[in-house]
Each structure stands twice: as structure tokens, then as C-alpha cells.
Design a binder for this molecule. Structure first.
Ligand code: SAH
Length: 379
């Protein structure tokens, strides 16, 4: 495949492999994990591949070098590897980034130098609503003062009509975490919308949104078809982000409660429920473990749990709370099968059984894979 920085940027480990081969390798990785964890009852299905394995990434983050070239950071270093187009990015994003790179000189925008801690622009983050063709541009800067911003915004938005909002995110910290806390809207409403599973979602700069929209629909349909809700259930959507899978589930449940740590995501989720006129869902801004432990203390009756934690997986305390709550079903979605398998072993100890692991390819050309497992309470 034609990529000038293959092996350098470190993202596309599988780019040189035929797509079928990539899917096989991802399945094999999961097979080895369950074997190592002595969960030999678990059958790993074929990996569900993407229809189009290129240009799926709806979120892109780049830095710039002192020559104003956009690029990715070399692993474990401050060095920028310049690029112009990427086989994974949505193409509009790369075109916008190239334009921004060309505007840097014109508007005398200083690139941030990490070693000297000087300069203005740290990163540019682009997020695309692929279905709605809406783009968000986030300029991560070291100060909220941006002389010439009006003309910069005008020039960028007049060329790219898809840009619905431009936000400045101010990050003054010495950290590799991209986004800071403070935001200033330069253009538009400060968020974009996308459509997923027939629903509309507002997405703010700091909220999580699945980076592969089409495969996310495949993943959600898979997870919810395993859960097979009948309509009278109380479902807890843990690590719910902006409320996406919980809202899809709410159509087939009595009620859904979403819990999420990021307060911006929870605000989006509450707005999203209203926008879609969904009345049987509510959202709690809390640590998922703390929330589950509270539910267990109060002996609340729940029927099903959806869990989609970050790569670190969940906690033993969360799993013990599930043991106390005894939901009939738990569907576990994970973007890191190694922590998922670790957690599954604990779920087995507390009385849950499972026999199938389904890998879904959310990240073609990379070595990453998403997995879904349905667990049921042993009677
Ligand atoms: N289910 C959502 C989000 C999954 S990503 C979706 O499909 O879009 C994982 C989410 O867990 C992120 O939104 C992150 O902010 C949240 N999160 C991370 N740690 C958490 C914790 N301890 N408790 C609750 N949510 C947490």
C-alpha cells in the first residue's frame, strides 16, 4: 500500500497485509488470549471486517514542526513525522489540516516548542460527523489570545463549508495529554452532530465518540442483538460516553441509566436524549465502579448491564457489584481484549458464564481490535 511514512508513524502495523490476513491475525490474537487465561470454553468467532477498511478515522490529531509541516509524533519522542495524506483519515480532515499548515505563516502563528515551552499552537484536532458532513476544528493553544483569529477563521471556513465549528482549547500544562480544560469558541456552536443507528448525537470537543462510525453501528447491532431485550428491562449503560449505545438500547427496554465520568460527555448525553425525544433514559456523572457499588448497596433490581470501559478495563469492585446485583445478562464491549480477558476470568469466578467472543474490526490496518462478549448469570 502506498504510504510514505509506513513503519515510521507506528500506527498502521498491518498496512502491508491483505485485509483478510489482518482479520485472521486479530482473531488469532484473541484465541491466544483466551487460551492463556484458561478460558478454553470460549470460542472466538471470525473477526467482523469493515466494508471499506480505509479512510474510516473521523478524528485526527496532528502536531506541527518548526517548518510549519503537519505531522504525527514519532513514538516516545518529540519529533514530528510530516505527512500530507493518511490512508486512515477521512479525506476532508487532511485537506483542512493542509490548509491550516499553509495559514500558519500568513497569520504568524508560532508553533509550540515542547522543550523550551514556548510558542502558541500545540495541536490541531479535527473531528468529522461523516454521516452529516459536519466538521469540528479544535486548535489546541497555550493562550486564549489569538490575534488575527477572525481572518483565520474566515479564510478556513470559506474554503471548507463542512466546518461547522472552530474551538480553541487552551492547554498550558507540561503534558502529553492533548486537550486542556478551557475552551473558547471561535466559530459556530462549539459542537458538531453526527447520526448513528438512526439517532442524532451532539459531540463536544472533549467527549468520546467512536472513531469508526460505520463499524460502530455494526458493533452496537451485534452487542444489542446478543442482549436480545424484550422491552421490560432495566438496563445500566456503564462507561456510556455521549449516550450512544444506551439510547439505541432504550428503544427496546423499559428504562436505561447511563453512567459516565466525563462531565462534558454527560452533558452531551442529556442533550442527545432530549434531541431524540427519548424519555426512558437518564445519565449520571460518576465513576462507573462507584455507581455500581451504590446500586448494589441499595439493592436496586437491574436486568442487564452494558459495559464499554476504556482500555484499562474495569475494576474488581465493579465486578463484585455486578455479582451482588445479579443482572441476568452483561454485555462487555472492549477496545483491549487483553484487559477484557483478565476481567472475564473474574466474572467467571462470581457466577457468570460466556462461551463466545466476537472480534469486530474497528481499526483496520492497525493491530487493534474491539471485542464483544455476552455473559449470563449461572442459575
Ligand atoms: N460507550 C461509549 C463510550 C465508550 S469509551 C461509546 O460507545 O461511544 C469509554 C468511556 O468511558 C469514555 O467516554 C470515558 O470518558 C469513560 N470513562 C473512563 N473511565 C471511566 C470511569 N472510571 N467511570 C465511568 N466512565 C469512565
Amino acid at each position: 500500500m502506498n504510504c510514505k511514512i509506513f513503519k515510521q508513524c507506528g500506527s498502521c502495523d498491518y498496512l502491508h497485509l491483505a485485509y483478510e490476513e489482518q482479520l485472521k491475525k486479530k482473531r488469532e490474537y484473541c484465541v491466544q488470549l483466551v487460551k492463556k487465561a484458561k478460558l478454553s470454553q470460549v470460542k472466538v468467532t471470525d473477526t467482523i471486517g469493515a466494508k471499506d477498511p480505509y479512510h474510516y478515522r473521523n478524528k485526527v490529531i496532528v502536531g506541527f514542526n518548526q517548518r510549519n509541516e503537519a505531522g504525527f509524533y514519532e513514538e516516545n519522542s518529540h519529533k514530528i513525522i510530516p505527512y500530507t495524506t493518511c490512508l486512515l483519515h477521512d479525506e476532508e480532515s487532511d485537506a483542512i489540516i493542509q490548509k491550516i499548515a499553509s495559514l500558519l505563516r500568513k497569520y504568524k502563528i508560532q508553533i509550540y516548542n515542547e522543550d523550551r515551552r514556548k510558542g502558541f499552537l500545540r495541536h490541531v484536532l479535527i473531528r468529522r460527523g461523516i454521516k452529516t458532513n459536519q466538521t469540528m476544528v479544535v486548535l489546541v493553544t497555550t493562550s486564549s489570545v489569538f490575534p488575527g483569529s477572525k481572518n483565520f477563521v474566515k479564510e478556513l471556513t470559506s474554503q471548507f463549508k463542512s466546518i461547522k465549528t472552530i474551538v480553541m482549547n487552551i492547554n498550558t500544562r507540561k503534558t502529553s495529554i492533548v486537550l486542556g480544560n478551557d475552551e473558547k469558541i471561535l466559530f459556530g456552536k462549539g459542537y458538531i452532530e453526527d447520526e448513528l443507528c438512526g439517532l442524532k448525537f451532539k459531540i463536544s470537543p472533549k467527549s468520546f465518540y467512536q472513531i469508526n462510525r460505520d463499524q460502530c453501528e455494526v458493533l452496537y447491532h451485534k452487542a444489542l442483538s446478543l442482549l436480545n431485550l424484550k422491552g421490560d428491562e432495566t438496563v445500566i449503560d456503564t462507561y456510556c460516553g455521549i449516550g450512544t449505545i444506551g439510547m439505541v438500547a432504550s428503544k427496546k427496554a423499559k428504562q436505561v441509566i447511563g453512567v459516565e465520568l466525563n462531565k462534558d460527555a454527560v452533558k452531551d448525553a442529556i442533550y442527545n436524549a432530549k434531541m431524540n425525544n427519548i424519555k426512558n433514559i437518564r445519565f449520571i456523572n460518576e465513576d462507573a465502579t462507584a455507581f455500581m457499588v451504590e446500586l448494589a448497596k441499595e439493592k436496586i433490581v437491574i436486568d442487564a448491564v452494558i459495559m464499554d470501559p476504556p482500555r484499562s478495563g474495569t475494576t474488581p469492585a465493579f465486578i463484585n457489584a455486578v455479582k451482588a446485583l445479579q443482572p441476568k445478562q452483561v454485555v462487555y464491549i472492549s477496545c483491549d481484549p487483553s484487559t477484557q480477558v483478565r476481567d472475564l476470568a473474574l466474572f467467571k469466578e462470581v457466577g457468570y458464564k460466556f462461551d463466545t467472543m466476537i472480534p469486530v474490526d474497528m481499526f483496520p490496518m492497525t493491530e487493534h481490535v474491539e471485542c464483544v462478549v455476552l455473559m449470563s448469570k449461572v442459575k
